[in-house]
Design a protein around this ligand. Sequence first.
Ligand code: SF4
Length: 121
Amino acid sequence: MADCGCGGSCKEKVLFACSGAADVGELSDKVARKLRKDGFGKMSCLIGIGAKLDSFLQTAKNSNTIVIDGCSVNCGKKAVEAAGIAANIITLTEMGMEKGKTPVNDELVNKTAESIKKSFE
Ligand code: SF4
């Protein structure tokens, strides 16, 4: 794709959630699915980036890639950086969630998804 100078914002959004074992990792997964359901963007598999599988790497390189990490360990951010992929990084613990003390429910999933949408307006 030719560089149009938009910095990636005109490309299709593709969401990669850390989907970690912690409550905030679970939240990252559910929020990504909610955003996909709402038509905000597509979803792809972060583990495909970690495994350095070509189809996943190409998808991320050719998209407006958004990583949703549950916490400041930032596994997703580190995975895309290691693959040389530029991405928007969202870290849920920087949005007020506390690892180990976050009840994952529909209300929080919806609220978090709306906040992420607004941050891209
Ligand atoms: S970013 Fe945090 S919640 Fe997500 S997989 Fe890594 S350690 Fe787990």
